[in-house]
Design a protein. Sequence first.
Length: 181
Amino acid sequence: QIMTEIKQQLFDKRLIVIDASEINFSTFDYVREVIGKLSLLDEAPELAIEITCNGGSANHAFWIYDLIRLYKGKTIGRVVGFAKSMAAIILQACDHRQITAHSFLLVHNITNGQPITVKDMRNKKKLSSIIKRVSALDQKKVDILSTRTGLSPKLIIKLLEEDRDMDATEAKKLNFVDEII
């Protein structure tokens, strides 16, 4: 994939901007390309990831989380505006997590992401399969958030079930971020 001129300029500044209205394969592909190019350098430079995002595909976000977590250089995640749902998970991969004073962070349970028909609901095997798949993804989210924040899995589950929308102060108090900027 060839980077656009703007993405190349951001790359030159060692900055990834995740401003997608929805995290999807192209978001993953962009992050993978930047981290891949940086990994070719003799020394892995510090990388900033600026996030203003509604969330999106759980699988793609988990893959982005893994790419950032495995990057050899220092990573700084910065929420500017909002990091909702899976965007809040991507933030947790960063070595240092920042949020601007007027930004928000939203955590909630994973949704199926696919329309479920009445036929699906009547098919116990199909419904059970959907529940099992979404529950496994939700557990990954609980594990990441609990490990990164130091909060108990029980409290993380409660926050997810509440669809917790946190301002910068609460996000810092609950250790979802390290610093308000």
